[in-house]
Ligand binder design. Structure first.
Ligand SMILES: CC(=O)N[C@H]1[C@@H](OP(=O)(O)OP(=O)(O)OC[C@H]2O[C@@H](n3ccc(=O)[nH]c3=O)[C@H](O)[C@@H]2O)O[C@H](CO)[C@@H](O)[C@@H]1O
Ligand SMILES: C=C(OP(=O)(O)O)C(=O)O
Length: 438
């Protein structure tokens, strides 16, 4: 098993470039299924495990997908299979995003039920409610969701009970090929939804209002492949911003979009971090002392839940009591126990965590509980005394490209090793022959 070893104590300096956004590229690749003609060429695609998983899902469905040098080409013009088995959905929940495109194009889609995960139960009732409102019949049973419709989906007015990113995307894709007009209300407003709408529009869709509460879609009869550049990853950018701040460093995060990061920038500034907008991105300068703050995760433009664990690491270094309240996912505090192994002073109270800082963090063996927790533990390791060993790297690799190499380029002492090699070094196996002869 692989581990990342972090030796704390280095200040980060220099420049790091962010990749294309995982949460933008996954729905965009799923949307590639909707094009019955032409090829899509997607650029600035991050080389992530999740990108390979969603590409495998499309290939399973008979689409041609080529992933090379940050470019993905998709040709979905052949007849497609409309089912996605559990082996893919298990690896990556975003596989459910093929439901909308397939249902709209073929009137049928069957996808394994995603089930719960480490951060919460993550139901998909709002996706299904949207499809049903457009005339689909939906059956959930035997571990599958199956949706079908006679003829085309019909445009409808749909009010989401919660502003769900995935439901907004899935239903928006379905509505792009539906008959007539669809109005989606109480939509999620994340930048990744705007990116998906832009791609759909390049394919010939008529979507307006993405990024606001109300999205209006006029259905068209067919969509064709298009070229599209994926937006920069605001969560990867935010993670490096926190890494720079926690080490009292000075880092230019190239590609960080101030517009997408307002809530994070505001919170970090409240803590005393200096953040300057430059032509190429955001420069982050960590202060000698960080101030304690309170924060609450909320749908965009509120503070992103995907930055909650990294900010917890930063708060561990702040002077005083900080409170983090998680309102998006009901179980996204699994990393608290791992931070405690590093000597952090944290207390969970319902949906909040009370952080008493500054903690003198100590290196320990910790396990990544989800992908952001993986990054947060590594970031905490940058200021811990001694070695921090982070395991369960499959989570990290879902969402970060070359995380450790990028940190090393900024001056951190971080390496990925194979567990067995490390054990071999710690306890070299006795050479049986030489020990017998001695
Ligand atoms: C691939 C991707 O883009 N993942 C992001 C996406 O996940 P995802 O799209 O799964 O997250 P949602 O926005 O759907 O979830 C937000 C909240 O809505 C609830 N909910 C959602 C759907 C539904 O049908 N019913 C329901 O109750 C969820 O349980 C959760 O409490 O947005 C999350 C919230 O910003 C991020 O943490 C994830 O990184
Ligand atoms: C929770 C996340 O992603 P996903 O929805 O793909 O699990 C994340 O990116 O932090």
């Amino acid at each position: 098993m692989e581990k990342i070893i972090v030796r704390g104590g280095s200040k980060l300096t220099g420049t790091v470039k962010v990749e294309g956004a995982k949460n933008a590229v996954l729905p965009v690749i799923a949307a590639g299924l909707i094009a019955s003609e032409g090829k899509s060429i997607l650029k600035d695609v991050p080389a992530l495990a999740d990108v390979h998983t969603i590409s495998e899902v499309l290939r399973y469905m008979n689409a041609e997908v080529n992933v090379e040098n940050n470019t993905v080409t998709i040709d979905a013009s052949k007849e497609l299979t409309t089912e996605a088995p559990f082996e893919y959905v298990r690896k990556m929940r975003a596989s459910v995003l093929v439901l909308g495109p397939l249902l709209a194009r073929y009137g049928h889609a069957k996808v394994a039920l995603p089930g719960g995960c480490a951060i919460g139960s993550r139901p998909i009732d709002q996706h299904l409610k949207g499809f049903e409102a457009m005339g689909a019949k939906v059956n959930v049973g035997n571990g599958f969701i199956e949706a079908y419709t006679e003829g085309r989906l019909k445009g409808a007015r749909i009010y989401f009970d919660v502003p769900s990113v995935g439901a907004t995307e899935n239903v928006m894709m379905a509505a792009a090929l539906a008959e007539g007009k669809t109005v989606l209300e109480n939509c999620a407003k994340e930048p990744e939804i705007v990116d998906l709408a832009n791609y759909l529009n390049k394919m010939g869709a008529k979507v307006i209002g993405a990024g606001t509460e109300t999205i209006r879609i006029t259905g068209v009869e067919k969509l064709v492949g298009a070229e599209h550049n994926i937006i920069p990853d605001r969560i990867e950018a935010g993670t490096f911003m926190v890494a720079a701040a926690i080490t009292k460093g000075n880092v230019l995060v190239k590609g960080a979009e101030q517009e997408h990061l307002r809530s994070l920038v505001a919170k970090m500034e409240e803590m005393g971090v200096i953040i300057e907008e430059e032509d190429e991105g955001l420069r982050v300068i960590g202060p000698e002392k960080l101030k304690a703050v309170d924060l609450k995760t909320m749908p965009h433009p509120g503070f992103p839940t995907d930055m909650q664990s990294q900010m917890m690491a930063l708060m561990l270094q702040a002077e005083g009591t900080s409170v983090i309240t998680e309102t998006v996912f009901e179980n996204r505090f699994m990393h608290v126990e791992e931070f405690r192994r590093m000597n952090a002073n944290l207390k969970i109270e319902g949906r909040s965590v009370i952080v008493e800082g500054p903690s003198s963090l100590q290196g320990a063996e910790v396990s990544a509980t989800d992908l952001r927790a993986a990054a947060a533990l590594i970031v905490a390791g940058l200021v811990a005394d001694g070695h921090t060993r982070v395991t369960e790297l499959k989570h990290l690799d879902r969402g970060y490209v070359d995380f450790e190499s990028k940190l090393v380029a900024l001056g951190a002492d971080v390496e990925r090793i194979d567990d067995e090699v490390e054990e071999e070094e710690d306890h070299p196996q006795t050479d049986v022959k030489s020990s017998l002869s001695s």
